[in-house]
Every structure is written in C-alpha cells, then in structure tokens.
Unconditional design. Structure first.
Length: 291
C-alpha cells in the first residue's frame, strides 16, 4: 500500500517535462529559472553555507553548537574541511555569489572519508559492516541538508537532487547514505512515522545497518496493521519523503541527537534502486558529468 502511494507521487512528479535550457557552465549541475546548483567555489561560499546552516539548525530548530560556532553564527566542524559543499544559488538576488546561496548539502566520498578518520554517520550508526559487505561499491555520505524557509519548494528540492545525482555520476558512486532528522528529541512523538519506516522500508540482509547499541532507540512502536500509510507519509519530513520516492531504505533504530534537537534515522540509497523514471529525469541533464 505504501509503495502504491509513492508510485503515484512519482508519476505525478514526472508527468511534466523540463523546458529546454541553454548550455550550462562546466561546474553547474543544473538550472531552473534563476536558480542553479553547483559546488562551492571558494571559502567565502562555504562560510555562507555554514551561516545558512546556523540559521536553520540553531535559530529555527534550536540546536546548540560549540561556543566558537555560536559566537561566529556559523555551523561548522572538522568535516567541512574534507567535504564538498553542494549549493543552490538564486542568481536573481543582488550581491556577490556567496550572498545568493539559499540551500546547501554536504557531500563526502568514501575514499576521502577513509583517509580522514571515517564518515560522520559512524558517530551514530555502525556503518563499517555495511561498507565491508560491499567492497566493490563506492559510497558517498549526504549531510547537513538545509534550505532557507522561503525557498523550501519543489524546485529547490529538484535542484539539490539534480546536484547529488550529477555528483554521484561524476565520481562513479554506487550508493548514497546519511542521517535524516525528525524535529525534537522524543521518538515517541514520531511513533507513526518511525514505525511506518521500520515496517515498510527497513534495511535487510546485505544492506542492514543498526544504530550504535548505546544510542539505539526502537522505531517499532506500532504494529503494521494499525498504521495508516497515508497519514504516516504525511507525517514524514519532506527530506525523508523525498528519499523514499527515490527508493531509499532506512536503518534499524533511531538516534537522539541532543545537540541538534533531533531524532535521526539512517537513510541508504543504492544508485541501482533509484526509480528508472527519476534516473531519466535527472540523468538527461546530469549525464554529461559522468566522465
């Protein structure tokens, strides 16, 4: 039943065709109207992305960052130095490029992570066995996703995913993963949505991943037969719902992040599982980055 609902949403999303766009600069992954997606080009743009993260995570969601970050009003950590920073930029805004950034994602490739102490998600989930079971696959971690309130539209989400897809093609990635969040630190407040994820898209077998034992919070709070799928989908944060549309799976157990005032779940999205319609949708423009 949940699969049918998601399939209908996919069909509705993909019905319209993208209008032809002029040729894009080499470092731009996609463009819709005045907005485009690309990687940060310099430290000023990275700092601007960190300032947006501060506005969303601290001012809006109530996160508590280390004192230096709070003083500078920027969300940053050691991973920022090794990650690539995907941006959505509204070129219609006045000012320098760093003043036009309205959304961001942080991207970390497996070879970079392994050379620098591992993935961020490993602080919450036991991802090492997953990587070991797939030595032939190359993973990339998605994190710190945020968009300014005025720009939380379907168009912005499309651009972020077009950027993620193009980046994955460029670097020959086989799977994406990362933590996605529910607001607040009481998992019981999200019992319907968490139980729905547990029963319908939980990772199994070769893709199984669990929260670290000392952080594990059960997601199995309601039996499957008592879950209304439509209500559960409505209760999902837009980001997690978007992952599901693309064919994502969810790890076993949630994790409470007190600092960020969230309840996290681990999302894993094998590239081969992404709906063919979505591959066609994004791949038509992003395919030029595969070389």
């Amino acid at each position: 039943m949940s699969v049918d609902l998601l399939k209908r949403e996919i069909q509705e999303d993909i019905q319209r065709e993208q209008e032809p766009q002029p040729a894009l600069p080499a470092d731009v992954f996609g463009r819709i109207g005045s907005m485009e997606t690309r990687l940060a080009r310099n430290s000023r743009e990275i700092e601007s992305a960190q300032a947006i993260r501060y506005k969303v995570f601290v001012e809006e969601m109530g996160a508590t960052l280390p004192p230096e970050a709070m003083a500078l009003r920027r969300d940053f950590d050691i991973y920022d130095e090794i990650c690539d920073h995907l941006l959505v930029v509204d070129t219609a805004l006045t000012g320098e490029p760093e003043e036009q950034i309205v959304g961001t994602y942080r991207l970390l490739r497996q070879e970079v992570a392994m050379a620098n102490g591992g993935f961020y998600s490993a602080s919450e989930y036991d991802v090492a066995p997953l990587l070991a079971r797939h030595p032939e696959k190359r993973f990339m971690e998605l994190g710190r996703s945020c968009v300014l309130p005025h720009y939380r539209t379907k168009r912005t989400v499309e651009l972020l995913w077009q950027g993620n897809w193009a980046y994955a093609l460029r670097h020959n990635m086989h799977a994406m993963f990362g933590c996605a969040s529910f607001s607040g630190t009481d998992p019981k407040n999200h019992a319907l949505a968490l139980s729905f994820l547990h029963h319908t898209v939980g990772m199994k077998d070769e893709w199984a991943v669990s929260a670290l034992p000392e952080l594990f919070q059960s997601m199995d709070m309601m039996p499957l037969e008592s879950i209304n799928s439509k209500q559960a989908l409505m209760a999902l944060p837009p980001l997690i719902k978007g992952y599901l549309r693309l064919g994502a799976m969810v790890g076993n157990g949630a994790v409470v992040d007190q600092a960020f005032n969230t309840t996290d779940v681990l999302i894993v999205l094998p590239i081969e599982s992404i709906s063919g319609r979505y591959i066609n949708y994004y791949g038509a423009d992003a395919g030029r980055f595969g070389g």
